[in-house]
Design a protein around this ligand. Sequence first.
Ligand code: SAH
Ligand code: SF4
Ligand code: F3S
Length: 439
Amino acid sequence: METKKVYIETLGCQMNKSDAERMYGMLEYCGYTQTENPKEADMLIINTCSIRQLSEDKAYSQIGVWGKMKKSKPSLKIVFAGCVAQQGGANVLKRAPYVDLVLGTQRLYELPNLVKRIEAGERIVSIDEKPYDESEIKINRVKGVNAWIPIMEGCNNFCTYCIVPYTRGRERSRKPELIIAEAKKALADGFKEITLLGQNVDSYGKDLPEGQNLSWLLRQLNALEGKFRIRFVTNYPTDITEEVIETVIELDKVCEYFHIPMQSGDDFVLKKMNRRYDYATYKKICDNIRFKIPDVTITSDFIAGFPGETEEQFENTLKAMTELELDYSNTAAYSPREKTVAAKWVDLYISEDVKTERLARLNEHNRACCLKSNQKYVGREMEVLIENSEVRKNGDKVITGRTRNNKIVHIPCDRDLTGKFVNVEITRARTWYLNGELV
Ligand code: SAH
Ligand code: SF4
Ligand code: F3S
C-alpha cells in the first residue's frame, strides 16, 4: 500500500492529546504515517479546543493557513476535529470551504471509514452525539514516559461558564477491561507512568456494575506488574471520597497528587458558577487530604472576572489561594462561551481591562504560592522519574523529570536517563521547578 503522511496539530487539554494518539493509531491502518512537517503532509488534522474564545480563534486561523496550502496542492485533505468541530458542525464547512471533514468528539472511532470517503472526494460533517463502540480501537502512542488513558468522557456538571458538557456530551465510563488492556500495552511498550483522564474522574463507574469505581480501578491497575506510577485528573471537590483518599495512601504506585479546581474563593461567585460547594467546604476537603497524605500536591484552576465578580469577591479568591497554600493553579480570565448560562449575563460582564488586571494579580499570587510550595522540598531526597534530557545552549547537559507529587526537577547529568527512576537531593527551589543532584 502506498504510504501517505498525516500531520496532527493538537490544542486544548489532555483529552485532545489522547484523542490525537488514537487518531494516529487508526490512521496507521489506513496507510498513513506520522510527520512533524505540515508541508509534506497529505492530510492535516487539527484537534480544536473551545474552552475560551482565544483557543477557538486559534483553530480557525490555523486552518486558514492550511487552506492557502491547499490552493497549490489540491489533493491535500483537511480534517477539523475536537470541541470546536462538535459545536460548529456544518457551519465550519461554510466558514472554511477547504475543510474536507468536520469530526465531532464522539465520532473519533469512525475516522477510518470517513477517511476513505473524503479520499474519494466527499465533504463530510460527522458530529452525532452517539457514543461509539470502541472495541476495535487501535492506539499508536507517541513513545514517551507518560501514557494518558481516558477512563471517562463527558461531563454532567454544567458549570455556568463551561462549554465542555456541550462539546463532550454526558458522562460515560469506559469499560474497565479496555482501560486495563490499554494500560498493560502501554507498560509493555515501556511507559512508566499512567495518567487516568476524565473531566470528573470521581464519577467513574456510576454507569457500571456496583463496586466498579475509581478506587476499584486504581486497585486493578496497581496490581499490574513492574515499577510504574499511576495518576488521575481531574477531581471535582465534593465528589472525592474517603475511599479514594485511603486508596491513594495504601497503593504504592498511585501518586500523592490531586488536581481539584476551585474556580473562585467566593461563595456568591461559586453559587453563580453552579459549583456545588462553598469555600469552607473546599477548605475542609483540602485540609483533610493534606492531613492524611504528607507531601501531597494539590493544584487548582481559577477564573478571574466571572460576570458580576466584585473587587471584594475577587480578593476572596486571592485569599483562598494563599490560605490553602495551593501548590500550583491554572488561571484564566473569564471568556463568554456560546450556549452557556453565564454568557447570557451580558450586563454583568467585567471589562477586559479589569479582567486582565485581576488575572495578573492572580498570577502573581500563584507564583508566590508555587515558590513557597517548592521551598518545602529543599534539602530533601526525592524519587524522580526522568522524562527527557537536553543540551542547553551554553552546553550544559540537563535531565528533567517529576517527583511522585508532580514537582518538576532539573538535574545536571550527561547521561540520558529518560524513563528511569532516580533518587535526587533537592538543592534549590525556583518558582516553577526544583533543582537537584543525583545521589
Ligand atoms: N472538569 C474540570 C475542568 C475542565 S475545563 C473541572 O471541573 O474543573 C479546564 C478549566 O478551564 C476549568 O477548570 C476552568 O478554570 C477553565 N474554564 C472553563 N471555562 C472557562 C471560561 N468560559 N472562561 C475561562 N476559563 C474557563
Ligand atoms: Fe466544565 Fe464544570 Fe464540567 Fe469541569 S465540571 S468540565 S468546569 S462543566
Ligand atoms: Fe478539552 Fe478544550 Fe474540549 S479543554 S474538553 S479540548 S474545550
